[in-house]
Design a protein around this ligand. Structure first.
Ligand code: G6P
Length: 477
């Protein structure tokens, strides 16, 4: 404890995210065990965490579960409990029915409820307290994503000695949209507690800085905000773009593994060896433009530009946020649309759209990427979209065509994809036809350029760049 009664913990680097990077599963012997969750973030951070004294603060993913802190994979994990009410108000409510649609260009109508906001504040405070308790003096804290935007300020108040970074994985909306949020000032203030704020795209950064100018009154110079503290002192908060990536080595290793390659061949074979396999892989989320993609594909079947006899679209839609109303409605809509198209165009041997409402292990995903001649990423708005990057990383033969929405952050890096505006159904149809008929030399040229980009910028590169900038940011030292 210091003179002011502050208690320090022992961890020099603390990552804070809504979910812990582990899932509770049952192993072969029927024992409950924790397994590392799939995903790049934990892959990027695990080595840094093992080197320094690293800890991760997050929710174990099940309501009403009080779990003691434990060690896993050389990381110290600190569970934050959420009650069933917290899950409903903070997670499903404010995070996923207010902020999520608001930050994704209101692709669904955001709901504003004061009870949700109250719970968001309470839960953010709980995360901040858990973090303040375990952080060593002068530790580096890295807060992740929109569920925890108040944590930087709460942490700074409790522990001014900390160096605080925040990364927003989803878009930051334009001022005119953000302005709808009844608690816009509090959210901006919450974020400005950080020394460094990371966004996916330069446009997210400039959206944020415009909101700062409008709603905080603080001076903004270039990418730095001069934050006035309550004691009259001024502190700098820097903002910048740090586009996230994937674990390229892991994906590429899988793409070379004989069993994964054999599985990809088996997939094509089981589909009846069509000339063209098209693929969509998304969480079943209204921001992903799955309906637009399916509509375009249905019209191409109708126009005779693609044929069930020699083409198939595989749509993997992994279950997500199933208790949130707009997600339930979306499921009805998509499954209705798929059913209508298949009902119209299927033959006894062939199916137009193979729709799979499942999640799959990464090995199966890579087999699907290898099996797909054309990858369709048609998000209406997406912070980054890692599926697009995984497809590119998997294509070791330097072939295959990527149709990519300009509204996904990945479009900034994957400029040689066929870029589309998914709202333009005719344009989307043309892009799909172009991808299906792309001459091999052109596909290779585009894929080579995209692979160069992705191979040079993996997720470890991302986390190193962010942590380095964080070290230099702020007014410490
Ligand atoms: C997006 C968000 C993440 C979130 C993930 C899955 O990628 O940026 O913060 O974890 O979706 O959503 P879920 O609600 O299941 O955590």
């Amino acid at each position: 404890r210091d003179a002011e009664g502050r208690q320090y913990g022992e961890y020099d680097l603390v990552v804070v995210s809504n979910r812990l990077p582990v899932d509770h599963t049952i192993d072969e012997d029927g024992q409950g065990v924790w397994r590392r969750s799939p995903g790049g973030l934990v892959t990027a951070l695990a080595p840094v965490m093992a080197k320094t004294e690293g800890a991760w603060v997050g929710w174990p993913g099940v309501p009403d579960e009080e779990v003691e802190p434990f060690d896993h994979d050389n990381m110290h994990l600190v569970p934050v409990a959420l009650s069933a009410d917290d899950v409903e108000l903070y997670y499903e409510g404010f995070s996923n029915a207010t902020l999520w649609p608001l930050y994704h260009d209101v692709t669904a109508a955001p709901e504003f409820h004061r009870t949700w906001w109250e719970c968001y504040k309470t839960v953010n405070r709980r995360f901040a307290e858990a973090t303040a308790e375990i952080a060593a003096e002068g530790a580096t804290i890295w807060v992740q994503d929109y569920q925890l935007q108040l944590v930087p300020k709460l942490l700074r108040e409790a522990r001014p000695d900390l160096r605080i970074g925040f990364f927003n994985h989803i878009p930051f909306p334009p001022l005119e949209i953000f302005a709808q949020l009844p608690w816009r000032r509090q959210v901006i203030d919450g974020l400005l507690g950080a020394d460094l704020l990371g966004f996916q795209r330069p446009s997210d950064t400039s959206n944020f800085l415009r909101c700062v100018r409008r709603f905080s009154g603080f001076n903004v110079r270039q990418q730095q905000v001069q934050v006035e503290n309550s004691d009259g002192g001024v502190r700098l908060c820097r903002a910048g773009a740090f586009p996230i990536s994937i674990d390229v080595e892991h994906i590429s290793e899988l793409a070379h593994r004989p069993d994964v390659i054999a599985r990809s061949e088996q997939i094509r074979h089981e589909l009846g060896d069509p000339d063209t396999v098209l693929l969509g892989v998304d969480r079943l989320d209204y921001t992903k433009g799955i309906g637009h993609r399916i509509k375009a594909y249905g019209e191409l079947l109708e126009d005779g530009k693609v044929d069930v006899e020699n083409a198939v679209l595989i749509q993997v839609a992994s279950p997500s946020r199933e208790r949130v109303e707009s997600y339930r409605l979306l499921r009805e809509e998509i499954e209705g649309a798929v059913g209508r198209i298949n009902g119209t165009f299927d033959t006894l041997e062939n199916t137009a759209i193979r729709y799979l409402h499942h999640s799959y292990p990464v090995e199966e995903m890579v087999a699907l990427y290898l099996a797909a001649d054309v990858m369709l990423v048609t998000a209406l708005r997406d912070g980054m979209n890692l599926v697009a990057k995984e497809y590119v990383a998997s294509r070791k033969e330097v072939d295959g065509a990527l149709v990519l929405s300009e509204f996904a952050g990945a479009a900034d890096q994957l400029k040689q994809a066929i870029l589309v505006n998914p709202h333009d159904i005719d344009g989307l149809k043309e892009a799909i036809v172009r991808a299906v008929n792309m001459p091999p030399a052109e596909a290779t040229r585009r894929m080579r350029a995209m692979r160069r980009q992705i191979l040079q910028n993996d997720v470890e590169h991302w986390s190193r760049a962010f942590l380095k900038a964080l070290e230099q940011a702020g007014t410490h030292d």
